[in-house]
Ligand binder design. Structure first.
Ligand code: AMP
Length: 616
């Protein structure tokens, strides 16, 4: 197809406002496209060079585009920038300047879709030294060869958006429109719709019939897209073999599956009412990752199907080492985990692993742990239709020994009380809540259908005050911190009632190297063999110390906890700091640290104490 034909369709699409009209034009455009180029056209009309997970981008910023337009049209960059400021769209700038071009183009009107797309791929693949100049040159050449309308879309494309409002849903609608006749040739498809229409009045029958038929095909296309996130290839297969081509689409390692989504309910009773006996898992707050392993080839996708493989070399290694399957697609949540305190880091720490530079350093500082919760494909078999119970069983079997990848912690129950207890335990472990799962449900790609139900802490309190705690012991350093002798601290609040120090938090973050050496110097001098008399703690540190030093800490909030002794009630539930970070040493006596009474008052004041059912 000539590029000028394609942009004429784009221009028509831009001029209509109803989605129906837009879909009809798009459908016509796709029906005119050739067998191979339809793929590029699908990507191009969405401002992309391939399916999202390939992450291929032209990589030309606005500045370079302005320069390119100037170079191709003979105007100065200042003139281009001025006009851009006026009209606010580089496409219109290129269009306008191309029409008043100060230099004649070489072969205007002869650009093909293949040539334009191919050039942008070349631009995308150009990297390294001097690449900006080459990109600029290739872009300018395209604008130079373009007619007015062509220039509009060539200039918009590198910014990742043609401003046509064409998204995945519109493309699927258009494909459904084009193949609905063929779809209805299969009596099976016809019968279902006719049956549904039996009661309808005769006049509207026809119209309604075709609407439903399209809808049915559209759902079929979407179901395929959900397990194979590449609309370009779907369009190409439809073009090559019609509906049969569509039906042949299968899950393939390397192409992401759209993730299932969780519904929300507000109590364990509601969950049991909905699901009955169900699996209940801890809800971890990190990155949701979909891992594809094809022998030695490992690809990791984000929840949005972006390729994140390069960011997580530690996980890639772990997958190769631990997963006992030749080919597998599984999902889980990955989060940074502190070896020092044996606790999960908050999301703010985990998020630091999402980066383009210093990947290896951060991987060492904050190694990820992945908690696997589902498997969709195993050694050539599509497991999506199997009940969750079976998938979980399969998953359990293929996770080999090692620490980096583990199953999510889970129980099976139909008792709301057990769910509540498990919920509290998750919160105390520094997690977000729980997710209940329907044991009989298939994996529902791309949708929210009560197969998963989440129950989260209702809101999250930010503890604005810092808290002063006394150090009562420490844990030895591991990994990077071996050299310091100290990895984490056990700390306590002061209880005036019985003049004791009651444990409230393990702290492993906030201290820099200088603080760690200072801690080691100070604490090694006050180490004692046994738990000091005034210390009340069930958690045993590697080394106890005489209560002597007070440090200031900040935490996200105060939570209830069965592990710590501060403020323990009859049931044995005390208080703990969630995500504590050390700020600095305080010049205070241990007896001047924050008291248990103050902690309880702060807990009550926290707007968020109603961690769901805390009052129960
Ligand atoms: P939300 O993002 O609040 O809708 O909760 C759903 C998300 O929780 C999923 O997309 C996962 O990223 C995350 N998650 C954490 N733990 C689990 C788990 N055990 N099972 C499923 N999803 C989990």
């Amino acid at each position: 197809m000539l590029f000028s034909e394609l942009v004429a369709y784009f221009d028509r699409i831009e001029s209509v406002s109803s989605r129906l009209d837009m879909t009809a034009i798009l459908a016509e455009m796709l029906s005119k496209a050739g067998g191979k180029e339809i793929r590029d056209i699908v990507y191009f009309s969405q401002g992309m060079l391939g399916p999202k997970h390939t992450g291929l981008e032209a990589g030309i910023g606005e500045g370079l585009l302005e320069q390119g337009i100037a170079k191709a049209t003979g105007y100065t960059k200042e003139e281009v920038v001025r006009l851009y400021k006026q009209v606010g769209d580089l496409g219109y700038v290129a269009e306008k300047l191309a029409s008043g071009r100060k230099q004649t183009s070489l072969f205007s009107g002869r650009l093909t879709v293949e040539k334009v797309f191919g050039n942008f791929v070349k631009i995308a693949e150009t990297g390294g030294k001097g690449s900006q100049d080459s990109k600029l040159g290739m872009f300018a050449e395209l604008i130079n060869s373009a007619g007015k309308l062509e220039a509009r879309y060539i200039a918009r494309f590198p910014l990742g958006n043609l401003r046509l409002g064409i998204g995945d849903p519109t493309i699927m609608d258009a494909l459904a429109l084009n193949y609905v006749e063929e779809f209805l040739k299969d009596k099976k498809n016809m019968a279902g719709i006719e049956a549904a229409l039996r009661e309808k009045n005769e006049e509207k029958r026809k119209e309604e019939f075709s609407r439903r038929a399209r809808q049915r095909l559209r759902e079929t296309i979407e179901a395929k897209y959900n397990i194979f996130s590449d609309l370009g290839e779907i369009a190409e297969r439809l073009k090559a073999k019609g509906i049969k081509g569509l039906e042949e689409i299968r899950i393939v390692p390397g192409t992401p599956i759209r993730p299932t989504l969780a519904e929300r309910l507000s109590s364990s009773e509601e969950i049991v009412e909905k699901l009955g006996n169900c699996a209940v898992e801890q809800k971890y707050d990190g990155f949701r990752l979909q891992v594809h392993k094809d022998r030695n080839n490992v690809t990791i996708f984000s929840r949005q199907s972006e390729n994140m493989t390069g960011m997580f070399p530690d996980l890639v290694e772990a997958v190769r080492r631990q997963m006992k399957a030749e080919r597998v697609i599984f999902e889980g949540e990955a989060l940074a985990y502190s070896e020092q305190t044996q606790q999960y880091f908050p999301f703010q720490v985990t998020i630091q692993r999402k980066r383009k530079y210093d990947i290896a350093e951060k991987a060492e500082e904050f190694p990820l742990r992945m908690f696997a919760f589902d498997v969709m494909y195993l050694n050539g078999k599509d497991l999506m239709g199997k009940p969750f119970r079976d998938r979980r069983e399969a998953l359990e079997k293929i996770i080999g020994e090692g620490e980096a990848i583990a199953l999510t912690k889970s129980i099976e129950t139909s008792d709301p009380k057990k769910i509540d207890a498990f919920f509290m335990e998750s919160i105390e472990n520094g997690l977000e809540g729980i997710i209940a799962k329907d044991l009989d449900a298939p994996y529902i790609a791309g949708a929210r259908k009560f197969a998963w139900i989440k129950l989260k802490r209702s809101y999250r309190g930010e503890l604005s005050d810092s808290i002063d705690v006394t150090i009562i012991g420490y844990f030895k350093g591991r990994g990077k911190r071996t050299q310091f002798g100290i990895g984490g601290l056990l700390t306590a609040a002061y209880d005036e009632e019985d003049d004791s120090f009651k444990s409230i938090a393990k702290i492993g973050t906030g201290m820099n190297e200088e603080m760690l050496s200072e801690l080691e110097e100070k604490l090694s001098k006050i180490a004692v063999k046994q738990k000091p008399g005034r210390v009340d703690s069930e958690i045993e540190p590697h080394v106890w110390v005489k209560p002597s030093y007070v440090i200031e800490v900040r935490a996200d909030e105060i939570t209830r906890s069965p592990l710590h002794t501060a403020g323990r009630d009859k049931e044995g539930t005390g208080y703990a700091l969630r995500f504590p970070r050390m700020l600095k040493f305080r010049e205070k006596k241990p007896e001047e640290s924050t008291t248990v009474k103050e902690i309880i008052a702060m807990f009550r004041k926290q707007a968020s104490v109603q961690v769901y059912q805390a009052e129960k």
